[in-house]
Design a protein around this ligand. Structure first.
Ligand code: ATP
Ligand code: MG
Length: 338
């Protein structure tokens, strides 16, 4: 008889390329930290599942819907006709409406800035990414940018809720409403409506071009940023660059019904796959965002500290951070700090 709480099931997609190597690192670190998570591993199939029109099976999607939490390695969509891209399938089927990227300076890893601590929250379902493009006549094309009240309120609501539960002080809505008066205008109107419900959080509106200048001059000016799809795509990569690049930046996708699917920002890195060279930090920190979503704050802190301490010490670092450690040695060093 054991009084230990039942483990929490979570879906794990190791993914392609370096995915399996960095997913293995996460499993080992979770084990060393005694995280009460039971992974349900799912793999991308080699045939199209007619129920999803994709190489992702219906069972995989059901696993995320059932568990409501998951971690996803990079997935390379196979080239060919008649199927949907893997990321698009996940986004549509699970209604992943917000992409959240925490971005903070890693102590001991020197970049141009050492005071970055911000969160970008990107609307993930509409805007310029609605896929509605056509030719009007020869030499003239149109692309439709769709902004809806429903999706804007939903992402704004998530941003303020996030700010509140994480003790953040300010939410900045990023826009170009001076030019895109109707679309970005509606987005801002929705943000303002939600802001009224959170009087304890400062709300501001910043034009995207000005935001870029402020971010590169002094990233400490920002706290939580919320924005439509295209701006979010660009600004979140800009922010990743502020702290040292793709090997370090985590993200988490929030879906309808409280789903959280965490994933590293980087791709499958085919150039270094299978060579025990990949930096698992981005996926590990993504896993940490998943733990925070599950309110396992103690475990999240411990793992994050172990990762940051290992990087700060500088004895074990992977090649992308200028070191010569393998994925497995770096992972062992993190486990040693737990
Ligand atoms: P994909 O098509 O899956 O996006 P890609 O060829 O664009 O793959 P990325 O994964 O986007 O490659 O990576 C771009 C560069 O960054 C590559 O040189 C890759 O080796 C490097 N890189 C990406 N992720 C990591 C990581 N976790 N550790 C070390 N290097 C990485
Ligand atoms: Mg890429």
């Amino acid at each position: 008889f054991s009084s230990a709480p039942a483990p929490i099931p979570a879906t794990l997609f190791p993914g392609d390329g370096i995915g399996p190597e960095i997913a293995e690192a996460v499993k080992q670190v979770f084990q060393a930290a005694e995280v009460p998570i039971e992974w349900e591993e799912h793999y991308v199939g080699d045939q199209i599942d007619p129920r999803t029109q994709s190489f992702l099976t219906w069972e995989s999607l059901e696993s995320v819907r059932r568990n409501k939490v998951g971690l996803k390695g990079p997935m390379a969509t196979p080239i060919g006709k008649g199927h949907r891209s893997l990321n698009l399938t996940l986004r549509k089927e699970l209604n992943l409406y917000a992409n959240v990227r925490p971005c903070y300076s890693l102590p001991g890893y020197k970049t141009r800035y050492d005071n970055v601590n911000l969160i970008t929250i990107r609307e993930n379902t509409e805007g310029e990414y609605s896929g509605l493009e056509h030719q009007v006549v020869r030499g003239v094309v149109e692309s439709l940018k769709i902004i809806t009240r429903q999706a804007s309120l939903r992402v704004a609501e998530y941003a303020f809720h996030y700010a509140k539960i994480h003790g953040r002080e300010r939410v900045s809505a990023i826009h170009k409403a001076n030019i895109m008066q109707k679309t970005d205008g509606l987005f801002l109107k929705c943000c303002r409506e939600v802001a009224e419900k959170y009087p304890e959080i400062t709300y501001e509106e910043v034009v995207i071009d000005n935001c870029c200048m402020m971010l590169v001059k002094n990233p400490a000016l920002f706290d939580v940023l919320v924005m439509p799809n295209l701006y979010g795509d660009i600004i979140s990569d800009l922010c990743a660059g502020l702290i040292g690049g793709l090997g370090l930046t985590p993200s988490c996708n929030i879906g309808e019904g409280g789903i959280a699917l965490a994933e590293a920002v980087h791709g499958s890195a085919p150039d270094i796959a299978g060579k025990n060279l990949a930096n698992p930090t981005a996926l590990l920190l993504s896993a940490v965002t998943m733990l925070r979503h599950l309110e396992l704050y103690d475990k999240a802190e411990r793992i994050q500290n172990a990762i940051l301490t290992t990087i700060a010490e500088g004895k074990y670092r992977t090649a992308d951070l200028g070191g010569s450690s393998s994925t497995t040695d770096f992972t062992k060093a993190i486990c040693g700090h737990l």
